[in-house]
Design a protein around this ligand. Structure first.
Ligand code: ADP
Ligand code: AMP
Length: 244
């Protein structure tokens, strides 16, 4: 990934989104940390033909590659805080300018606050697009800690597993790409508490943002992975005119 730090185009004023072709369907997958966004985005992006864009994955790749962006992001991620909007929005808009986004995007982990939601709307409007639907995976706060502390993800692509709920076929190995599984440092109990404390308030504001615009679709995230997928697929298909 290319870091954008050091270059200075104002956010949202010269969005590269849709430069080559109009933006397609836009799905914003909402949920608390550990609600199952990455798990569902992986399944649904394939089924719906959408590009899966996860800002957490972009930041982790930057940290792994030791880019300037990664150096900035790591300090915030280690504390369980949101990375500043200027950095995050610029990174997201660069990602959305890639050719695969033209077919449509499934956003996972963005927007995380209303400033980010505004910036997204503005950039999409400049490209003649808009958010189609914001499905909200609802999971009680009391379940999130168990989900996060049992999570393992793969080194290659970040595919998520869970020790009990969704174990890999072979312990420590990704079913999909064979890479090693590891536990995220920010899934340690102390950081999990910090993330929930610092991020749930902003999530509530983002949920209200999309509810006010008639785009929110709450889905019960306490069900098994397949059941949640079916509910999400039905909602997204109805909102985007996708054939089941
Ligand atoms: P997020 O991307 O929202 O942070 P993940 O998709 O990484 O969440 O899921 C968090 C953890 O919960 C993972 O370990 C995942 O395997 C597990 N998980 C995801 N969906 C479910 C579900 N419906 N029921 C139980 N566990 C789940
Ligand atoms: P996630 O993989 O979505 O749980 O994100 C991991 C961490 O990356 C978060 O705790 C934040 O520090 C950072 N992050 C991811 N997405 C965003 C975002 N949209 N805005 C700010 N920080 C983010």
């Amino acid at each position: 990934m290319t870091s954008s730090i050091g270059r200075d185009s104002p956010i949202g004023s010269s969005s590269p989104i849709g430069r080559n072709s109009p933006i397609g369907r836009v799905v914003v997958l909402l949920g608390a940390p550990g609600a199952g966004k990455g798990t569902q985005a992986q399944i649904l992006s394939k089924r719906l033909g959408l590009a899966h864009v996860a800002t957490g994955d972009l930041f982790r790749a930057a940290v792994r590659d030791e880019t300037p962006l990664g150096t900035v992001a790591k300090a915030y991620m280690d504390r369980g805080e949101l990375v500043p909007d200027t950095v995050t929005i610029k990174m997201l808009l660069e990602r959305l300018s890639k050719p695969d986004a033209a077919a449509g995007i499934l956003l996972d982990g963005f927007p995380r606050n209303t400033a980010q939601a505004d910036a997204l709307d503005k950039a999409l409007a400049e490209a003649g697009g808009s958010v189609d639907i914001a499905p909200y995976i609802e999971v009680p706060e009391s379940d999130l800690v168990a989900r996060l502390s049992g999570r393992w993800i793969c080194r290659a692509e970040g595919h998520p597993y869970h020790e009990q709920a969704n174990p890999p076929l072979v312990a420590g190995v990704c079913d999909i790409d064979g890479s090693e599984l590891y536990q995220r440092t920010d899934d340690q109990p102390a950081t999990v508490q910090a993330r929930l404390r610092q991020q749930l308030g902003a999530l509530a504001e983002v949920v209200a943002y999309y509810r006010d615009r008639g785009l929110l679709k709450p889905v019960d995230g306490r069900r098994g992975i397949d059941g949640v997928s079916e509910d999400l697929f039905a909602s997204i298909a109805a909102a985007t005119g996708t054939q089941g």
